[in-house]
Design a protein around this ligand. Structure first.
Ligand SMILES: [Zn+2]
Length: 329
C-alpha cells in the first residue's frame, strides 16, 4: 500500500520544500501537484522547480489539470474559457455555460501545450481529475437541462445519427456525450503516453449520465490509461460511508484487474464535519480490505488553508490522516 496526498495553495518553493520534507518523513510516497490554468499561465517555471524538487526528494509526481476548462475537478477558474467564449458548452436552452466543449479543437491544442510543459517539468504522470460535462444547478434539472448543443456538437451529432440534435435529451444524446468524453481522453492520454507520461484517471464516484461518463469501463479500457481510481467523498455527497466506499472500491478493483491497470482511491480530508474525523480510519480500512493499491488524501494539511472546503476541525482531521499513514508504514 502506498500513500499520496494533493498539494496546493503555495507557490513559494522554499516553503514547498519544508512541507515536502515533512510529508516524506510521515511516509507519503506520491505527491499530486495541482497545476491549474493559472499556474500554467503565470507560474510555469515555478511549477517546474516544484516538480523537480519533489522528484529529487524521492516522490512519485503527478500533475493535476485542476479545474481546467471547467471540465476537471478543482477550486480553480478557467482563463482559457474567459478568452475563448466560443469554445464553451452550450445548454439546450441555447446559453453558454462555464465549461469548455469536449469537442473544442482549440482547447485540446491548449491542453497539449500543457502536457508538453508537464513533460518538460519531469512529472511522472498526469492525474486526470474528475472529468465531467457541465453540471446544472440544481442537479435535479438534469436531464431537462443538458449540454452540449454547440455548433460543433450539433454538426457531428447529425453526421453520426442522421438527424438534427434534438433539444430534448434522448438515448442518442447520452451515447454521444459518453463518446465525446472517450474521444477526448483517447486523444489526450495518447498524446501524453507518447511523451512517456503515465495516465491516471480519477472518476467522479458515480457512473451516471449526469456527469457525461456513463461507464468507467469505456475509459478504463483505453490502452493509453495506466491507472484508474475514484473518490467516494461521503461527507460531500451526504451519504453514509458504506456501502458507498465499499461499492466504489469493488468497481475500481474489478475494472483494474479486468484491464490490467493499477488502481487508487481517495479519502475526503476536506469539509469533514465535527466529530466525524474517525470515519476516515473506517474508510481507509474498507479500501485496504478491497486491496486498493494506493490511497490518497485530499489534501495537504486537511485543506485548512482553503477556507471554502476546510474541515470543521482541520487540525484533528490532519492528525487522523497522519495517524493512518504512520501506522501503516
Ligand atoms: Zn459542444
Amino acid at each position: 500500500m502506498k500513500f499520496g496526498v494533493s498539494y496546493f495553495g503555495n507557490r513559494m518553493p522554499w516553503y514547498v520544500q519544508k512541507d515536502l520534507e515533512m510529508l516524506k518523513k510521515v511516509g507519503f510516497e506520491i505527491i499530486v501537484h495541482t497545476y491549474s490554468e493559472n499556474d500554467f499561465k503565470f507560474y510555469e517555471k515555478t511549477m517546474k522547480k516544484i516538480a523537480q524538487m519533489s522528484k529529487e526528494m524521492g516522490f512519485e509526481t503527478w500533475a493535476d489539470p485542476w479545474g481546467w476548462g471547467g471540465i476537471f475537478g478543482g477550486e480553480a477558474f478557467s482563463g482559457f474559457l474567459q478568452n475563448n467564449m466560443s469554445e464553451a458548452q452550450i445548454g439546450n436552452d441555447g446559453r453558454q455555460k462555464g465549461s469548455v466543449c469536449l469537442r473544442s479543437e482549440r482547447f485540446k491544442e491548449y491542453m497539449k501545450q500543457w502536457i508538453d510543459s508537464v513533460k518538460e517539468a519531469r512529472f511522472d504522470a498526469i492525474f486526470w481529475d474528475e472529468p465531467h460535462f457541465h453540471i446544472p444547478t440544481p442537479v435535479t434539472d438534469f436531464p431537462e437541462k443538458w449540454t452540449c448543443r454547440c455548433e460543433r456538437c450539433r454538426s457531428s451529432f447529425k453526421e453520426r445519427y442522421g438527424y438534427e440534435m434534438p433539444v430534448e435529451y434522448n438515448d442518442d444524446i447520452s451515447d454521444f456525450r459518453n463518446d465525446s468524453a472517450i474521444e477526448f481522453f483517447k486523444q489526450m492520454t495518447e498524446y501524453a503516453k507518447q511523451k512517456g507520461l503515465k495516465n491516471i484517471v480519477c472518476f467522479l464516484p458515480f457512473e451516471t449520465d449526469l456527469f457525461g461518463i456513463r461507464d468507467f469501463e469505456s475509459i478504463a479500457k483505453l490502452s493509453s490509461v495506466d491507472d484508474i481510481g475514484t473518490d467516494p467523498y461521503w461527507f460531500a455527497f451526504g451519504l453514509p460511508m458504506n456501502p458507498f466506499v465499499e461499492n466504489a472500491s469493488k468497481t475500481i478493483k474489478k475494472l483494474s484487474q479486468e484491464y490490467n491497470k493499477t488502481n487508487h482511491m481517495w479519502l475526503q480530508g476536506f469539509k469533514v464535519p465535527h466529530d466525524r474525523e474517525q470515519e476516515l480510519i473506517e474508510g481507509f480500512k474498507t479500501m485496504k480490505d478491497h486491496q486498493i493499491e494506493k490511497v490518497f488524501f485530499w489534501g495537504v494539511y486537511a485543506c485548512e488553508h482553503i477556507s471554502s472546503i476546510s474541515p470543521d476541525n482541520p487540525k484533528r482531521t490532519w492528525e487522523i490522516i497522519l495517524k493512518i499513514v504512520e501506522s501503516s508504514r
